[in-house]
Design a protein around this ligand. Structure first.
Ligand code: V55
Ligand code: FE
Length: 526
């Protein structure tokens, strides 16, 4: 996967020669599925990934397009001043095609690869690396058959008949530790529950003890830091192409505390959402679920510039009858940096662009526009006490272009000072946004392209933003060989404080998550 912060270097990116910076570009490296159809490919059972870099898993391991190796590396090589009091785990997950697709489906998109989880367990200055596939229902069926059994991205009619009724979930997008469980997400299905230390799959279809009212679950749940509550949602919640959206919460032990189902204006991608102390803000994008394209064997979504994006705002804990769908400048945002409410006044910060963020999803009007995909930080505000059906939007920190926004997770739902994102363009790197001073800075590593980072608090009770940024960098001179990179945000230095030199290119990622050892059962014993 070419989750690069800079252009150039990586072959799979280079082939479109694009300078696009949308979220999809950062995650996957410009796979153009339509073109791949034209190429002849071999059929399973032989595991021979197509040569064409645009095909699903194209080029195979030799091209860095797949990894497929589950492994343990105890005591990685550590360089620099690794903080010895840091105790926790940095988790990552991304699609890693388990098998080549059947010839009809070689044009499938990179978002459909099976989820491969990696973990850096960090303790006493030692770093151990472990990876395991999420052993979801799809993975297990394909392992048994020794071939791909699922067709196109979120398109069940393209599946092999033998897998009817199995979960299609790939668990390839994001992960989260809550109530002692590592939950791994794909937004079309319930989470997969993995053991947060061994990475063994415990439950391939986790429903919060049967309480989950939705057939789907977001990749971006939130924590209420004041209560430890978990807030999640699912769209297409009552079935394929349904407009229902389920929003729910669970207490710090994972017991359901709230569930409500509402209806969206249309079925479209709702990748992230914002939770404040008093409100839930859904975000419906104009990446619409298109029945015609699905029937024709395409992927689940197509970008439709003629359809509005909506913010859907309702009170937390209510029955959903107060939900209002609001429109504004039509921006396609993907990730929430942070958000809060001050009485009835709600602020939500997201990154996004004016057009399609994902080159591999078809656009219903015209082609993919790299310029319109460039992400900037958008601030949405709405006062729920005022009438009307619109929100305000402004672009903040216009000097920063980027995607994959984050914050210090301990400030979910609350007013916050620091945001982080993967800055794109010639000065790419990890951007630190300071909303209080209105300043930003970018930490980059010469010769490396960086994946999304996570913020790590120096200690569980450290002030906001006091800590580290951690994430993977790929050495462009060394065919993408990986370093785990740690910046100390208080050091005053623009150089990494420490690195782990991996002997290979690590399995790719979409997102990552930091968990303190105190949140991981058994971590403090070993
Ligand atoms: C995203 C990623 C997905 C997906 C839908 O980054 C949206 C956004 C890796 O899979 O299926
Ligand atoms: Fe995401």
């Amino acid at each position: 996967m070419g989750q690069d912060s800079k252009s150039g270097g990586m072959g799979r990116r280079a082939f479109l020669g694009a300078s696009a910076a949308g979220t999809g570009a950062m995650l996957t490296g410009f796979v153009a599925p339509q073109a791949a159809h034209a190429q002849g490919t071999h059929h399973a059972p032989q595991v021979d990934f197509p040569e064409d870099p645009r095909a699903f898993g194209g080029g195979g391991a030799a091209a860095g397009a797949v990894n497929r190796t589950e492994m343990d590396l105890i005591d990685c090589e550590v360089e620099g001043d690794w903080p010895t009091d840091l105790d926790g785990a940095f988790y990552r997950v991304g699609p890693d095609p388990q098998y080549p697709k059947a010839p009809e489906w070689v044009g499938d998109i990179p978002f459909d690869g099976e989820g491969h989880v990696s973990m850096f367990r960090i303790k006493d200055g030692h770093v151990d690396y472990r990876t395991r596939y999420a052993k979801n229902q799809r993975w297990k069926a394909q392992r048994e058959a020794r071939r791909s059994l699922f067709g196109m991205y979120r398109n069940p009619p393209t599946d092999d008949p033998s897998v009817a009724g199995l979960s299609r979930g790939t668990a390839n997008t994001q992960l989260f530790v809550h109530h002692g469980k590592l939950l791994v997400f794909k937004e079309d299905s319930p989470p997969v529950y993995m053991d947060p230390l061994t990475l063994e799959t415990v439950d391939d279809y986790y429903t919060f003890g049967g309480a989950l009212q939705s057939l789907t679950h977001t990749a971006h749940p939130k924590i209420d830091p004041l209560t430890g509550e978990y807030i999640g949602f699912g769209y297409e919640a009552s079935g394929f192409l349904s407009k229902e959206v389920n929003v729910f919460s669970a207490d710090r032990d994972g017991r359901s505390t709230w569930s409500v189902t509402v209806e969206a204006p249309y079925a479209g991608m709702m990748h992230d959402f914002c939770v404040t102390q008093d409100y839930v803000v859904l975000y419906l994008t104009n990446m619409v679920a298109d029945p015609d394209i699905i029937a024709a064997g395409g992927p689940h979504f197509a970008y439709d510039a003629t359809v509005p994006c909506y913010l859907g705002v309702m009170r937390r804990g209510g029955d959903g009858s107060d939900l209002r769908w609001l429109t504004g400048p039509n921006l396609f945002c993907t990730h929430v940096m942070g958000g809060w409410n001050d009485g009835t006044r709600i602020t939500v910060d997201m990154d996004g662009g004016e057009g399609n963020q994902f080159p591999f999803f078809p656009s219903k009007q015209g082609g993919f526009d790299p310029q319109a995909s460039i992400g900037r930080i958008r601030r949405f505000t709405v006062d729920m006490a005022a009438g009307g059906d619109s929100y305000e939007a402004e672009t903040i920190f216009p000097e920063i272009t980027g995607v994959l926004s984050r914050q210090d997770d301990r400030y979910h739902t609350l007013p916050y000072r620091y945001g982080f994102l993967l800055a794109t363009g010639p000065n790419g790197g990890w951007a630190i946004i300071d909303h209080q001073t209105g300043t930003s800075r970018v930490l980059s590593v010469p010769g490396y392209s960086l994946s999304e980072m996570c913020f790590v608090p120096r200690a569980p009770d450290a002030p906001e933003g006091d800590g580290y940024l951690i994430g993977i960098g790929s050495s462009m001179e060394e065919s993408g060989r990986s370093d785990l990179i740690l910046f100390d945000l208080q050091s005053g230095s623009d150089e990494p404080r420490a690195r782990v030199r991996m002997p290979f290119k690590c399995v790719g990622q979409v997102h990552g998550f930091w968990a303190d050892a105190s949140a991981i059962p058994g971590a403090t014993e070993g």
